[in-house]
Design a protein around this ligand. Structure first.
Ligand SMILES: NC(=O)c1ccc[n+]([C@@H]2O[C@H](COP(=O)([O-])OP(=O)(O)OC[C@H]3O[C@@H](n4cnc5c(N)ncnc54)[C@H](OP(=O)(O)O)[C@@H]3O)[C@@H](O)[C@H]2O)c1
Length: 237
């Protein structure tokens, strides 16, 4: 039987390359994102077997995606929470500071929580695995991105609890910690990051582990154990 893998945020960046790698490994890859045209093009190109159009920031769209998945499939082997947004927010500035952070929490943290709990019966059926893409920015606040950092810190903490709670159901949980990835997420990432096509195969081949620290994050992760303030100061800059 072909294994089923659902990946959020597949239309570009790391998610796109994860979809390619899992498809090449023989998985039935279901992609989730907002852009229907891009998803359909990926299906036509053979990168996706199926897709769900869903804005993870919308609770009603989440409900629809949850039902769609349950209608189409009776099991889920791998669930990869990859989609995320990073807003620039300044509490003393003019924008809707609380609104921006609320949306980041919804997309980056609360939607993985909701999808994982809704699809638990599918994951249990397959004794599957949940893979969560977190970030080095869980370790400290980046000045311009308070909501993103808070959402990744929440995600990382939740994953540790999830791993314990899912042990009895034999569902594995993997946290992936990237440093900068060369994607459109931020200008800095686009210029200085590690190419996502290098990282996706590493995630696939190490997916049986609890924690994967990716190239670009390893040095900071190690240093943080002994000198957390040093890393916090660097991230804050
Ligand atoms: N880039 C970095 O430097 C970096 C560093 C550390 C960690 N990460 C993490 O790595 C993961 C991938 O990041 P990336 O840089 O590849 O991101 P990206 O290039 O910005 O791509 C984000 C993907 O998420 C989808 N997405 C965004 N908002 C969505 C929403 N509301 N509902 C559904 N889908 C949505 C986008 O598709 P649509 O626009 O079509 O919806 C797109 O496919 C994220 O979890 C990120 O936090 C990235």
């Amino acid at each position: 039987m072909q294994h089923i893998c659902l990946i959020s945020g597949v239309t570009r960046g790391l998610g796109f390359h994860l979809a390619k790698v899992y498809r090449q490994a023989g998985f039935h890859v279901v992609g989730l994102a907002r852009d229907r045209e891009k998803l359909a093009a990926m299906q036509k190109a053979g990168i996706l077997a199926d897709f769900l159009v869903c804005d993870l920031g919308s609770p009603s769209a989440l409900d629809t995606a949850i039902q769609e998945m349950e209608t189409r499939y009776s099991r889920l082997d791998v669930l990869i929470h990859n989609a995320a947004i990073q807003n620039t927010a300044d509490i003393a500035g003019k924008g809707d500071y609380a609104g921006l952070i609320h949306r980041e929490m919804q997309v980056n943290f609360l939607s993985p929580v909701k999808l994982t709990s809704a699809w638990l019966p599918l994951l249990a059926q397959a004794q599957g695995r949940v893979i969560v893409i977190s970030s080095l920015l869980q370790l400290g606040p980046k000045r311009a991105a308070p909501g993103y950092c808070a959402s990744k810190a929440a995600l990382s903490n939740w994953v540790q609890n999830l791993r314990v709670q899912l042990q009895e159901l034999k569902i594995g949980v993997t946290e992936v910690v990237p440093g900068l990835i060369r994607t459109e997420m931020t200008e800095q990432a686009a210029q200085k990051g590690v190419p996502p096509e290098q990282l996706a195969p590493l995630i696939y081949s190490n997916a049986h582990r609890d924690l994967i620290i990716l190239p670009g994050a390893r040095l900071a992760w190690r240093v943080h154990r002994f000198f957390p303030d040093l890393i916090k100061a660097k991230l804050l800059a």
